[in-house]
Write a protein that binds this ligand. Structure first.
Ligand code: ADP
Length: 214
């Protein structure tokens, strides 16, 4: 119904505060795209090592839910060029979700594979899965599935948007395969850093990202 003057004033405050919050989140999501100068330099990041760190970090959380968290490293070199802390954050968000949404006793597998100049990092769980009608929106900011499986699980709908933003900033992509009752599988693919030889010095090697190449 019609709002009185006080209610209208509250509405203006609410709209303005949510506008500011949206702006804040937008800026946070844009952070990976900025050059954050001397504190964060692009480095060669071994995704096998990074995944092992994430596994160690989340092991206690998985154990507390009686879940098995397993890691399958890539057999080949899995090095990319990028920001280690941000890449770690992206993988953390996916593993955190897998543990959070998978019921007690479930299985979560973090597996890596390096081929075709790319490394893929897959986080697969035996959780409730995501209904097909929600899949197109799952990486949108603030989007949360609203059903019986998720209603008692807390979150803000930002973890996947942040993970996607970081992976895309590294020239990669994130994809999802999920079916209700059959678990979910999130895969990040990132171009491998390529070891190239300097033309006139065969002992002098450098690493370059495929995404930098023409
Ligand atoms: P949050 O977990 O904080 O709500 P996310 O952006 O990380 O936000 O995830 C968005 C939504 O996607 C979640 O609210 C949940 O409904 C769904 N989701 C994400 N990961 C999984 C998963 N592994 N299994 C089932 N649902 C998931």
């Amino acid at each position: 119904g019609p709002l009185n003057e006080k209610q209208s004033e509250f509405m203006r405050h609410i709209c303005s505060a949510s506008g500011n919050m949206n702006e804040l989140v937008h800026n946070l999501l844009e952070l990976p795209k900025m050059d954050i100068g001397p504190i964060a330099k692009q480095e060669t990041v071994d995704m096998n090592d990074l995944a092992a760190e994430v596994k160690d970090e989340f092991q206690p959380k998985a154990e507390a839910k009686g879940q098995v968290l397993q890691l399958r490293k890539a057999g080949d070199q899995a090095k990319v060029q990028g920001y280690p802390l941000q890449l770690q954050q992206a993988i953390r968000n996916l593993v955190d979700n897998a543990i959070k949404y998978t019921p007690e006793g479930g299985l979560i597998t973090l597996s890596l594979e390096a081929r075709n100049h790319q490394v893929s990092i897959k986080v697969q769980d035996s959780g409730p899965g995501i209904p097909p009608e929600d899949l197109p929106f799952i990486f949108d900011r603030f989007y949360r599935v609203d059903n019986a499986d998720t209603k008692n699980i807390e979150g803000n709908g930002l973890g996947l948007a942040i993970a996607k933003s970081i992976i895309e900033q590294h020239g990669g992509e994130v994809s999802i395969l999920s079916e209700p009752g059959k678990g979910s599988s999130f895969t990040c693919t990132i171009p491998l850093a390529r070891v190239t030889e300097h033309p006139n010095a065969d002992t002098n090697l450098s690493i370059q990202s495929n995404s930098d190449l023409p």
